[in-house]
Design a protein around this ligand. Structure first.
Ligand code: FAD
Length: 317
């Protein structure tokens, strides 16, 4: 079976969950081959990638690969596409992943699909487009299919692969060295998972009423090990930082469970969350449009419902 290249997302040497999801997807399409770009490769990383089915691991761990903005990763993948003729390339649909995908498509004269929420036989991708109003199935018609898949689109399932390592050297072009990274500042990370990767997201909207009241949303999130999200009404009001905004002009999330409290369900908010697997809504207005996409809905005051829900979850731990 042909190889499917999977660009590994890693932080401080740890393989991110989205990569395990991509390896799981790749197994259904061909033989997964992980591509490690940049320093930090270790036996632990190798074991993780093999555990989730990587048959091959291409390792390009030169410091230089992460010394410049995005372009080196696209050049590395382009070299592998030329040398190995894979059946397709999967990347995570993160901001960086999508840029890598676009650049790789230009370099290899191939088609690219971004923000896929599913991927099936023949590289047919499911996408939710036009602000989430339309679902389409599409396939790349030219070159090597390059697909950027959203985190949480599939559940990672372990199935051992050989994990055979192959070192890759890539001679970066002048163009790839055009934008050098001069400093990296680590964002202080709380105990909560990253919003776009979290399996559970608990969001609050205008109904929460104030920044202080977001504490009840955070409590519910923490009881579930979830990330916190917010509607634009809440972030514009300064109740919660903008980086947690979910929607068309915020982050796109696709968790297993999305709990929306005090959010009406404007199309721009839905655009960022409606591919969530299970949607739970808490809203005091039974006519709120968000109930149209809810799997479970509670018509009630969030100040009563959310703390009770948190208590019940804590009791069951
Ligand atoms: C170009 C553009 C881009 C946009 N991008 C985004 C985006 O990325 N993300 C986004 O979210 N929005 C976005 N918006 C804004 C969007 O149109 C809505 O204005 C916004 O989503 C509304 O936020 P909300 O649901 O929190 O507030 P509202 O629409 O005011 O809804 C508040 C809800 O809370 C309920 N409520 C009130 N009190 C309680 C209570 N005590 N208990 C339970 N329920 C209660 C109400 O019944 C109501 O349904 C965008 C708009 C534009 C024009």
């Amino acid at each position: 079976m042909s190889e499917i290249l999977v660009l590994v997302e890693h932080v401080d040497g740890d393989v991110k969950k989205v990569t395990l999801e991509l390896l799981t997807l790749a197994r259904s399409l061909g033989t997964p081959a992980a591509v490690w770009a940049g320093p930090g490769y270790s036996d632990a990383a190798k074991a993780k990638l093999a555990e989730y089915g990587a048959d091959k691991i291409y390792v390009a761990d030169a410091e230089e690969i992460i010394g410049y903005v995005v372009a080196p990763k696209a050049e590395l993948l382009a070299k592998l596409v030329a040398d190995k003729a894979p059946a397709g390339v999967l990347v995570a649909a993160t901001a960086e992943g999508k840029e890598v995908a676009g650049r790789l498509a230009v370099k290899t004269d191939s088609g690219v699909i971004t923000d896929a929420v599913g991927l099936g036989e023949g590289f047919v991708a499911d996408q939710s487009i036009f602000g989430g109003g339309v679902n389409v199935r599409s396939r790349v018609a030219k070159g090597t299919p390059i697909v950027a898949v959203r985190p949480n689109s599939t559940a990672p399932v372990a199935a051992a692969g050989a994990g055979a390592e192959e070192k890759v050297e890539v001679a970066l072009s002048e163009a790839a060295r055009a934008a050098r990274i001069v400093e990296r500042v680590k964002q202080e990370k709380g105990a909560r998972p990253e919003l776009t990767e979290a399996a559970i997201v608990v969001s609050g909207g205008r109904g929460v009423g104030s920044g202080d009241n977001f504490a009840i949303i955070e409590k519910l999130a923490d009881s579930l090990g979830a990330a916190v999200g917010a509607s634009r009404a809440a972030t514009d009001a300064g109740w919660y930082p903008h980086q947690f905004q979910v929607g068309q002009t915020g982050k796109t999330v696709s968790p297993q469970l999305y709990i929306a409290s005090g959010i009406s369900g404007a199309i721009q908010h839905r655009a960022g969350m409606q591919t969530s697997k299970t949607i739970v809504v808490i809203n005091k207005d039974a006519e709120a449009p968000i109930f149209e996409i809810a799997d479970y809905g509670v018509v009630g005051d969030l100040f009563q419902v959310v703390p009770q829900l948190t208590d019940e979850i804590e009791k069951r731990k």
